[in-house]
Ligand binder design. Sequence first.
Ligand code: AMP
Length: 392
Amino acid sequence: MVLNPGSTIGVLGGGQLGRMLAIAARRMGYRIHVLDPVEDCPTAHVADLQVTAHYDDIDAVKQFAQHVDVITFEFENVPAESLNAIAAIHPILPSPEVLHTCRHRVREKQFLDSNGIPVAPFHVCQSADDVAAGLEKLGAPAILKSAEFGYDGKGQIRIDTPDAEAATHAWQTIDAPLCVLEKFVRFSREISVVCARTTTGEFAAYPPGQNDHANHILDITTVPAQLPDHVTQQAIELAHHIADAIGLVGVLAVEMFLLDDNQLIINELAPRPHNSGHYTFDACVTCQFEQQLRAICGLPLGDPSLLRPAAAMANLLGDLWPPTHSHSPSTTHNATDPNWPAMLAHHDVKLHLYGKQSAKPGRKMGHLTTMADTPESAQQKVIAARDALKNI
Ligand code: AMP
């Protein structure tokens, strides 16, 4: 199946990922319909149509599917019943099976492990006793993670002592029916490989990026990660192996830990464009959103090469805004607003804002990207531009 420009793409979820997909898609002459429960969501600003409905509203979801040619998602927790109802109408890509695996930490770990992909040693837990048994097997420290609904460090707790009391406390704090206990691995860096694969098995990967977090949320991505050549190659090979094994059609982000001995282990998969790939919008021949579009439309992939030797991205969180700020356009400058003119005086840094109505601490409101001759200088530039937002 090939969907040429002019076709209509349906997106489940209307946040920043859908918004950037819509921008890339509209540039290429596609139409975009989005389904999201919140009216005037970030994707709706650049889409042809928003259907405002909950993901479990089967009638609304079916109606939505009838008016598009292919469906993709940016929200990973769409109920299986809704996906099944849509799949009978039009293809969902990546497939519901891929989503089923990646949105569930236990299934994801078991899939990786059974395909010979290195992961942190783990133990599946359905009770506090299981956690205690896992601690005995893996030792402490360890991390208990809920199987579902965890992101940005939510739904997980670190356990520092291998006793029954600590196990019970962690189990009760997580308060989820199924969890995975992971050995706490000592890593030197976190990296990710964002890649794309088509129905014909064509594969393309962006260079591994180095991800630095603050309060469990991605803060800065710097590309390319400074790695020995064989590690860079291995990271891309691992992503390729995973994309093939899972039967990916679309974009996949593979988060990895680089251990002190240069071994790589996989932390998490996200079967969609990823925050650590946002720099590709400005810094690559083909961005991750255009790759997603090309893959789900049955088209050849684009060139993922960097336009300059290095690039960096800095997230803009709601913490940069005053506490009760409305994000609606305004001509009057509030003294506590982020200082946009000062930031934009950094003339080779690009601003992306997602059009969210209100800013909250920890909420992803936008990001900055830049290119440079070295990763260090790209990182410094993007941080300096972000710091300028705080100049009052
Ligand atoms: P996750 O939600 O699985 O991406 O985990 C959030 C963050 O917790 C990661 O980015 C790591 O910094 C840390 N983390 C997760 N799992 C482990 C682990 N097994 N060992 C050490 N740190 C971890």
